[in-house]
Ligand binder design. Structure first.
Ligand code: 5GP
Length: 123
C-alpha cells in the first residue's frame, strides 16, 4: 500500500510550531503532548516527528533510531505520568475501521482511572 501523508494535518502543524501544545516530552524523534479533549485524567498523545500516517506505516518505514526513540518515549511517559502502578492503556487508531481522526501516527496513552473493557463484544 502507498501511504500518502498530508502535511496540513493538525499534528504536522503542531510539529511546525504553528499551533500550540501542552508538551509532556520532546526527544530527537518524538513529541508527546496532552490531548485537547482528554478522555481520562492522563491522556497524552505521542507522535513521531517524521511524516508517518499510521502505526503500520511507521513500523515499516521508520528508521531503527526513530522506532527506539518513540518506544522509549512511551516508557518515559508512563513513568513520569505515574501510570506504572495503577495501569494504563495505549491505543493507536488507524484508518476508517479504527476511526482515525488525525492522519499522523499517534499513540493515545490513557490512565489515572479505571478504563473499563477495551471494546464492546461484537454483536
Ligand atoms: P484519533 O481519533 O485520530 O485517534 O485521535 C485524535 C486525537 O487528537 C483526539 O483525541 C483529539 O482530541 C486530539 N486532537 C485533535 N486536535 C487537537 C489539537 O489541536 N491539539 C491537541 N492537543 N489534541 C488534538
Amino acid at each position: 500500500m502507498a501511504y500518502v501523508y498530508d502535511d496540513q494535518n493538525i499534528f504536522a502543524k503542531i510539529l511546525r510550531g504553528e499551533i500550540p501544545n501542552d508538551t509532556v516530552l520532546e526527544t530527537e524523534h518524538t513529541l508527546a503532548f496532552r490531548d485537547i479533549q482528554p478522555q481520562a485524567p492522563v491522556h497524552v498523545l505521542v507522535i513521531p516527528k517524521g511524516p508517518y500516517v499510521c502505526y503500520d506505516h511507521f513500523a515499516q518505514a521508520a528508521s531503527d533510531a526513530e522506532i527506539v526513540d518513540f518506544t522509549r518515549a512511551v516508557g518515559q511517559i508512563c513513568k513520569s505520568e505515574g501510570l506504572q502502578e495503577g495501569g494504563y492503556r495505549v491505543i493507536s487508531n488507524a484508518g476508517d475501521a479504527g476511526v482515525q481522526e488525525v492522519p499522523h501516527l499517534h499513540l493515545h496513552v490513557l490512565g489515572g482511572r479505571g478504563l473499563g473493557r477495551m471494546l464492546q463484544p461484537a454483536s
